[in-house]
Design a protein around this ligand. Structure first.
Ligand code: HEM
Length: 409
């Protein structure tokens, strides 16, 4: 492969504005030319075929815990001591653990975060949506991202956990600081120091509140997590803090961006929008089609614990492997007409929530929020249309979402 080829297939292209606006042709080139690709400029592997991504999700040789440590080891040596507390905290959270640690944590969280707990949120979600849409109607204009998609998941997860309303801005700021270190391209000692301080504040806050909940239990997820026991096992304080923090953080950007990407897809595909208006029961299927067609989470990663043969390539031990969900979900081997947005599509299973043991624990909650957001928005505003193009996409390398989505009502 020539230097030019190495650069043209590198994931660093995702930082170019025109590729960010529509990464799918780039993914298609990668999948067609080199589906199991060693990205020389970035120093990691990139998978773009559905079958390979699905296989990596199910294969224990692709490790989440080692993936986190690989991120740590890539930091400059001088930065590692500053970043250590942050990585140590993350290493206690479900998404960054492997079995058997993951199996234990997931069992304890599943026992608390049940379908009944999610279903109980329905009236709260509707109330939040109605308030947000009332405010937009009164203003006569709306930015779907800032006025709907961002506030909704934050209020809902805070309400679900039972965190006091007056503290919401504080814990949002702490969790943003803490998670800012994951996925950014340019790290800095300042970023890690800030993340460590915010994590310490968040930990104090969660532990104080958990002690109160053990004394005076409430009908909320924090009480459930603070008191959950399974075969005599409980979450340690570090695990409680890490997993409450992850629940707080993991559902914001993701849910918000899927709401935004979906409203955009519907407005750009008027026939699909019409179908959904005529048959609101299609909202459930529409959410899955949005997640297949234009998901917020474009990339997840693992690190290999031993050598793995994939396609015609041999991936060495200890190497970082990026799985491009957005590419897998547009693989023509898995989905017919993959570039077509079709909310009545009945085939295939997308990987937008992952697969296997790390399958998104918040999927039922996210699905409910997004469905209700689409249904309420379309019911309230029969003449909804795009107000401005070109659109401004975030610069994040692994998330896909708009900075704003102005619509006319
Ligand atoms: C549309 C919104 C969402 C999307 C697109 C999404 C996507 C994902 C994906 C792709 C994974 C698998 C990651 C991997 O295997 O490396 C995942 C896992 C996870 N998600 Fe979500 N997520 C969403 C909403 C949520 C919400 C609302 C919550 C929490 C309230 C949440 C919490 C988690 C957690 C804790 C994990 C790790 C599970 C484990 O390791 O066992 N997510 N999510």
């Amino acid at each position: 492969m020539t230097i030019h080829d190495a650069q043209s297939l590198s994931l660093s292209n995702l930082l170019r504005p025109e590729v960010r606006a529509d990464p799918y042709p780039f993914y298609q080139t990668l999948r067609a030319q080199d589906p199991v690709h060693w990205d020389e400029p970035m120093g990691f592997w990139v998978l773009t075929r559905y079958a390979d991504v699905a296989r990596a999700f199910h294969d224990p040789r692709f490790s989440r815990a080692q993936g986190l440590m690989a991120g740590f080891k890539r930091l400059p040596a001088a930065e590692q001591p500053i970043a250590e507390p942050v990585y140590h905290a993350f290493s206690q959270a479900m998404p960054y653990t492997d079995p058997p640690h993951h199996t234990r944590l997931r069992a304890l969280v599943n026992k608390s975060f049940t379908p009944r707990v999610v279903e109980r949120m329905r009236p709260c979600i509707q109330r939040v949506l109605d308030d947000l849409l009332d405010a937009a109607e009164a203003r006569g204009r709306m930015d779907v991202i800032g006025d709907l998609a961002y506030p909704l998941p934050m209020v809902v997860i805070a309400e679900l956990l039972g965190l006091p309303v007056e503290d919401r801005q504080r814990f949002k700021a702490w969790s943003d600081d803490a998670f800012a270190v994951l996925g950014v391209v340019r790290h800095s000692p300042e970023l890690h120091a800030k993340a460590a301080r915010s994590l310490a504040d968040l930990a104090d806050y969660i532990l104080t509140l958990s002690r109160e909940r053990r004394l005076r239990p409430q009908e909320d997820l924090l009480t459930a997590l603070a008191t959950v026991a399974e075969a005599g096992d409980r979450l340690t304080n570090d695990e409680l803090v890490a997993n409450v923090s992850i629940l707080l953080a993991a559902g914001h950007e993701t849910t918000a961006n899927v709401i935004g990407n979906g409203v955009l897809a519907l407005l750009r595909n008027p026939h699909q929008l019409q179908k959904l208006r005529e048959a609101p029961a299609l909202a459930e299927a529409a959410v899955d089609e949005v997640m297949r067609y234009d998901n917020a989470v474009q990339v997840v990663y693992r690190s290999t614990v031993e050598e793995v043969d994939l396609g015609d390539k041999r991936i060495g031990a200890g190497q970082v492997v990026n799985m491009i969900l957005g590419a897998a979900d547009r693989d023509p081997q898995q989905f017919s007409n993959p570039d077509m947005f079709d909310i009545t599509r009945a085939e295939g299973r997308h990987v937008g929530f992952g697969l296997g043991i790390h399958f998104c624990v918040g999927a039922p909650l996210a699905r409910l929020e997004i469905q209700m957001a689409y249904t309420s928005l379309l019911r309230r505003f029969p003449a909804l249309r795009l107000a401005a193009e070109p659109l401004d996409w975030q610069e994040h390398p692994t998330f896909r979402g708009l900075r704003s989505l102005p619509v006319a009502l």
